[in-house]
Design a protein around this ligand. Structure first.
Ligand SMILES: N[C@@H](CCC(=O)N[C@@H](CS)C(=O)NCC(=O)O)C(=O)O
Length: 203
């Protein structure tokens, strides 16, 4: 299998951390790919052109982080990323969906900031700041319940906050959120996280 990723992508990092936590990395070749580029190595296998893309041996190209994380659980690793069934599975999916929804908001906010100033939408930025802080405040209120297991929801939240630390520092996410910050600092020490550190950006 081949995983197409870019080093700055928090979504691709979720899959890269999961591959390390499940010890599935030896079964996957990680391929760094360019984005928004007509010559990108992703395009011949996936016209969507986004990372993460996981190319299976039969040529199926799985795109979308949640689908890929769910697929990894079918490979028989001892460490599962999501419960196999029942209410626990849907609770974990809900937590994962919430982290991804928050990540989507941060990604839109970040994309606006990368535009020339005269092309930015103050309305979109304000909307995504509100969304992001709203979810972060709920997470802070529930921080005592965040476990220390690197399951799919935990990995997604960790990579989201890791993105805020390295590539979206305009958001002072730690302010007023000591529980979330303590959880992040403890989880960020994991080797899977250190091995996938994104480059710093100017934002
Ligand atoms: N919904 C997708 C989002 C993935 C995504 O937005 N990836 C970005 C990098 S962070 C990308 O590949 N952008 C390139 C593009 O939009 O062409 C997922 O969950 O995997």
């Amino acid at each position: 299998m081949r995983l197409f990723y870019s080093s700055g992508s928090p979504y691709a990092r979720m899959v890269r951390v999961a591959l390390r936590e499940t010890n599935l990395l030896p079964r996957v070749t990680e391929v760094e790919a360019t984005l928004r580029d007509p010559a990108s190595a992703i395009l011949p296998v996936n016209p969507v052109g986004r990372v993460p893309t996981l190319l299976l041996p039969d040529g199926t190209a799985l795109t979308e982080t949640v689908l890929i994380l769910d697929f990894l659980d079918t490979l028989g690793a001892a460490h599962r990323l999501l419960p196999a069934e029942g209410a626990a599975r849907w609770r974990a999916m809900a937590a994962l969906g919430r982290a991804i929804g928050m990540m989507d908001g941060v990604a839109v906010w970040n994309r606006e900031l990368r535009r020339p100033e005269h092309e930015r939408s103050p309305g979109v930025i304000a909307q995504e700041i509100t969304r992001t802080n709203r979810v972060a405040d709920v997470l802070e209120a529930e921080a005592g319940r965040l476990g220390d297991t690197p399951d799919a929801p935990g990995i997604a939240l960790l990579c989201l906050l890791g993105y805020a630390e390295r590539r979206h520092r305009t958001w002072p996410w730690r302010d007023g959120r000591p529980g979330l910050a303590a959880w992040y600092d403890a989880m960020a020490a994991r080797p899977s996280f250190a091995a996938t550190l994104p480059p710093l950006s100017g934002l």
